[in-house]
Design a binder for this molecule. Structure first.
Ligand SMILES: Cc1cc2nc3c(=O)[nH]c(=O)nc-3n(C[C@H](O)[C@H](O)[C@H](O)COP(=O)(O)O)c2cc1C
Length: 271
């Protein structure tokens, strides 16, 4: 069982990219995908160090973070935990994400020693098209520097946490409410869908089931757009056409392409 792990949630691979590099720099044992931990908490073992890396959606952590912290990591079985940190990736600014992660840790009786964020290419196409390759390169090069800084600070026990406003109880309550409220998917499959099931495989929220060869979205959907960005024939379309047109992104550098299907047996990443 791993002793030092990064638990990663990721829609389109940005958080996975950060996780993989951090894991190598910190000398951690493994990156474990968060949805797999939620499904089978026993794969986590009893590590002494845990980092969580997750995306910011609408100024909040992915809705998967709440159940991980409250249902899994709060268990008394995790009695070897000595060090915990949280990193979010975002396109512009983390909003409430870090404060909510910190609060979730507190609610789980975990001391969060280090918090930070990494700016990555923004995947929220309803707001703006995916940046050009050139701009993506610049963002990733700055992200690499930031990840190195984070690793250096963690290794040197330099745990200063960025200055931030206190989280209001209201913002935390709102996040908890959103986590338990049914989501409203803003995507659907067009006639171009070939029924390949790729969308179902990459969905980190278990929000897609195949019905008569087409994806049906359920209320777990938090609109992370993994299905949209990964569809090999671009058959997942937004209910409202994005003003900047249809553009697509997945972080290609780590080969992130998970398979979260219920029936995929020993769930693993596939290429
Ligand atoms: C539904 C959605 C909402 C988002 N909201 C924000 C946001 O509020 N602030 C921000 O800076 N970036 C936002 N983003 C951009 C993502 O946080 C960013 O691209 C992140 O790195 C995606 O990580 P992933 O590839 O691991 O899913 C959003 C992206 C999506 C898909």
């Amino acid at each position: 069982m791993p002793d030092k792990v990064i638990i990663c949630f990721s829609g389109t691979g940005n958080s996975y990219y950060v996780s993989k590099i951090l894991c190598a720099r910190l000398g951690y044992d493994q990156v474990i995908l968060g949805p797999d931990v939620l499904d089978r908490p026993e794969i986590l073992g009893n590590p002494s160090e845990i980092g969580v890396v997750f995306p910011t959606y609408s100024g909040h952590p992915t809705q998967n973070l709440g159940p991980l912290m409250i249902n899994v990591l709060s268990k008394p079985e995790f009695d070897r935990l000595e060090f915990f940190f949280a990193i979010t990736t975002c396109g512009l600014f983390p909003g409430h994400s870090l404060k909510i992660a910190e609060q979730l840790a507190m609610e789980s009786n975990i001391l969060c020693s280090f918090l930070d964020w990494v700016k990555m290419p923004d995947t929220y196409v309803p707001m703006a098209p995916i940046p050009s390759d050139e701009v993506q390169k610049e963002i990733l090069s700055k992200a690499d520097q930031k990840i190195n800084e984070i690793a250096t600070r963690i290794l040197k026990n330099d745990f200063a946490i960025p200055r931030r406003k206190m989280l209001t109880k209201l913002a935390f309550k709102r996040y908890c409410k959103v986590c338990s409220r049914p989501g409203v998917p803003s995507v659907h499959a067009s006639d171009a869908c070939t029924g390949c099931e790729h969308c179902e495989a990459v969905c980190p929220r278990d929000a897609i089931t195949m019905e008569s060869g087409k994806p049906l979205f359920n209320s777990n959907c938090e609109n992370c757009l993994a299905c949209y960005h990964f569809c090999p024939v671009h058959a997942i379309v937004l209910d409202r056409e994005p003003s900047g047109g249809y553009t697509y992104y997945s972080n290609r550098f780590t080969g992130y392409c998970p398979d979260y299907r219920q029936d995929s047996g020993d769930k693993q990443e596939h290429s």
